[in-house]
Design a protein around this ligand. Structure first.
Ligand code: CNA
Length: 292
């Protein structure tokens, strides 16, 4: 495997000791944890959602469809709920960046809260598509506790019929104030992204323009197909090298490649292992992963 795209990053970080990194990540960094991504053929969620009886796969995260029929979302949320999974090597690598003072920000599209689980401090974190960490009413925005919502994900009835799919029934979480449906604060199609996403990116763009520091942007485990997140790499100033660690070359790296782009086509965990080795950070990484 061609690891040039990892070695180049290590060299850059070693040569520029005050350089920091902005990570932009997606579902691919959590596939090693056992959470399927959306679009990988065969294993991705979209190719496995037929069992939920959806009119189209994206409907599971569509706010209008949710209002009509929350059951597919509840079924999926029950599987994906935080607490069922542990962070990957790559999540912990980002924590090592924080510990070494080399992390500027993590922009994540993921809703699995594994960045928090890896103890990355909140000030570095932008959860662009929200997370399961809070819940609110879809009409009046009144909050609803995480513990109560979690209870609602326990089915009230499961019917097993021989040769048929299990029939699961839920008692949906309803707002204490207006009786509308409650959902986790994850951004559905048709909803806007949190203000923190836009505000922080505006500031970070200014920060990236500081030519003295030789900072980097590293994009990992995303198909760059959900906007506006997908447009971030195209907005990175031309003097800042962009790095992509992904199974495939995606988005602006494919459409508008720059001569300064650095690409590693492979797994995020392999990239984490290799970079930690190149930087002499293996011990710190192994400790966080729990291997020592
Ligand atoms: P996606 O569209 O499924 O793309 C994933 C990308 O990562 C693909 O290009 C894969 O080839 C690549 N990939 C998969 N595994 C690895 C790996 N181990 N190493 C390197 N590359 C890998 O997912 P995106 O994040 O781009 O799509 C954005 C959606 C996905 C957001 O709205 C999320 O909320 C949503 N999502 C989140 C989760 C999660 O929280 N873990 C899971 C599934 C979907």
């Amino acid at each position: 495997m061609d690891r040039v795209g990892i070695k180049k990053v290590a060299e850059h970080l070693k040569q520029n000791s005050d350089a920091q990194v902005i990570f932009m990540v997606g579902a691919g960094i959590s596939t090693p944890c056992g959470i399927p991504d959306f679009r990988s053929p065969k294993t991705g969620l979209y190719s496995n959602l037929s069992r939920l009886g959806l009119p189209f796969p994206e409907a599971v995260f569509d706010i209008d469809y949710f209002e009509e029929n929350p059951k597919p979302f509840y079924t999926l949320a029950r599987e994906l709920y935080p607490g069922n999974f542990k962070p990957s090597r790559f999540h912990y690598l980002m924590k090592v960046f924080e510990e070494k003072g080399r992390l500027h920000r993590v922009y994540t599209q993921n809703i699995d809260t594994l960045e928090r689980e890896a103890t990355i401090s909140e000030k570095y974190l932008v959860e662009a598509h929200g997370s399961f960490a809070s819940n609110e009413c879809i009409s009046c925005s009144k909050s609803y506790s995480v513990d109560r919502f979690k209870e609602k994900l326990e089915p009230v009835k499961i019917q097993h019929k021989k040769g048929e799919k299990d029939q699961i029934e839920f008692e949906y979480a309803l707002c204490d104030k207006c009786d509308s449906l409650v959902k986790p604060s994850i951004v559905f199609f048709g909803e806007s992204l949190p203000a923190r996403f836009f505000d922080t990116w505006e500031k970070d763009l200014e920060w990236l323009k500081d030519k003295k520091k030789k900072n980097l942007v590293i994009v990992v485990g995303t198909s760059l197909s959900v906007y506006p997140f997908a447009s971030l790499p195209s907005e990175v100033p031309s003097e800042v090298p962009r790095v992509l660690w992904n199974y495939e070359v995606v988005g602006d790296f494919h459409l508008n490649p720059r001569s300064s782009d650095v690409i590693f086509k492979g797994s995020s965990d392999e990239a984490a292992e290799e970079l930690a080795m190149e930087m002499g950070w293996n011990e710190e990484l192994r400790k966080l992963v729990g291997e020592e």
